[in-house]
Design a protein around this ligand. Structure first.
Ligand SMILES: [Cu+2]
Length: 330
């Protein structure tokens, strides 16, 4: 008697945990875009259909084993097998196949050439994301990293590449995934329908720090997006301070670009608006001054295999100043 409530409690807790896992920044079961909505509907149709069929088969089994006392005649049994075992599965599978094929254009839209020109170029690198917004409407192109911002309600086309090994582009709440393959360009169009911040993990094992390779997607109202884009393009030409001198003196700009600072590097994430990003180290640490300092001091202890050298030989005061400076680049 004592066992019952415990089992019930376990089931309730488990159920609550499972349901809690459905919402959130990285869930395909909480769609925030047209493409993920289509995949979600297919998922629901399959789960519900599967559940109904399973219940039917179980009921039949119980009926045959427990309720019915007399055996079936050979004819009745054959008819049951023909209808229940052949006709029914064929109809169900054909319906599901038809539904999935009907959804396909929505999930994998063909991207017309004029849209590929305006695509946001995303390149997978070990272990971060290079993001280039194209020039257009009189605005110059610009580069950023580890965070994609999009205006809500507008289809966004991505051109996907990789420099080193295969990575995979997947924004669960919006749709995907699509492989990023060195030497090849793949296209994907996604239409966000809800503002919010989403997390997108690399979906193809790509090396030691594969699990620390994610980016954030910030879906914004159009005005806020335009303001962000203008700030990216402007950079920080007017900022002259000690932090910036230190960044230059310690050689950070040999790898990193910082629009408005003298040099633009290119083998590492762009740092122009680093202070406005959700996280640092490609989704690895929360974006706080302490974490930025920790990352600069010893990236290798945060991300194994990282391609940034440790800077633990720098005076701690310099690292703190740089971290404060970077945190202010918004
Ligand atoms: Cu990767």
């Amino acid at each position: 008697m004592k066992g019952r409530p415990t089992i019930l409690r376990c089931l309730l807790t488990f159920g609550a945990l499972v349901l809690a896992g459905c919402s959130g920044q990285q869930s395909a079961l909480d769609p925030a875009g047209d493409e993920s909505e289509a995949v979600f509907r297919l998922f629901v149709a399959m789960v519900m259909g599967g559940a109904v069929i399973w219940l039917g088969v179980t009921a039949l089994l119980i009926h045959a084993a427990r309720v019915r006392q007399t055996p079936w005649t050979a004819e009745k049994a054959s008819a049951l097998i023909a209808w229940g075992g052949v006709a029914f599965p064929i109809v169900v599978l054909l319906l599901l196949l038809g539904y999935a094929i009907w959804l396909m254009p929505a999930i994998r839209p063909w991207t017309p050439a004029e849209e590929t020109n305006g695509a946001i170029a995303v390149t997978g690198e070990q272990f971060w994301w290079r993001i280039r917004y194209p020039a257009g409407e009189g605005r110059p192109a610009f580069e950023t990293a580890n965070e994609i911002r999009l205006p809500v309600g507008k289809p966004a086309t991505f051109s996907l590449e990789a420099t080193d090994v295969i990575h995979s582009f997947w924004i669960p709440p919006l749709g995907g995934k699509m492989d990023m393959i060195p030497g090849r360009t793949n296209f994907l169009t996604l239409t966000p329908t809800r503002t919010g911040v989403y997390r997108a993990p690399c979906a193809e094992f790509c090396g030691t720090s594969h699990a620390y390779m994610a980016f954030s997607v910030v879906v914004m109202e159009e005005e806020a997006f335009d303001a962000w884009r203008s700030r990216q393009i402007e950079g920080h030409a007017s900022i002259a301070n000690e932090g910036r001198q230190l960044v230059r003196r310690h050689g950070c700009l040999g790898c990193h670009s910082l629009r408005g600072a003298q040099i633009t590097g290119g083998t590492a994430p762009d740092l122009t608006l680093i202070g406005a990003r959700q996280s640092i180290g490609a989704g690895t640490l929360a974006n706080t001054v302490e974490n930025v300092a920790r990352f600069i001091r010893s990236p290798s202890s945060v991300k194994p295999g990282v391609k940034m050298p440790d800077f633990d030989m720098l005076p701690p005061a310099d690292i703190t100043k740089i971290a404060h400076y970077l945190g202010g680049l918004k």
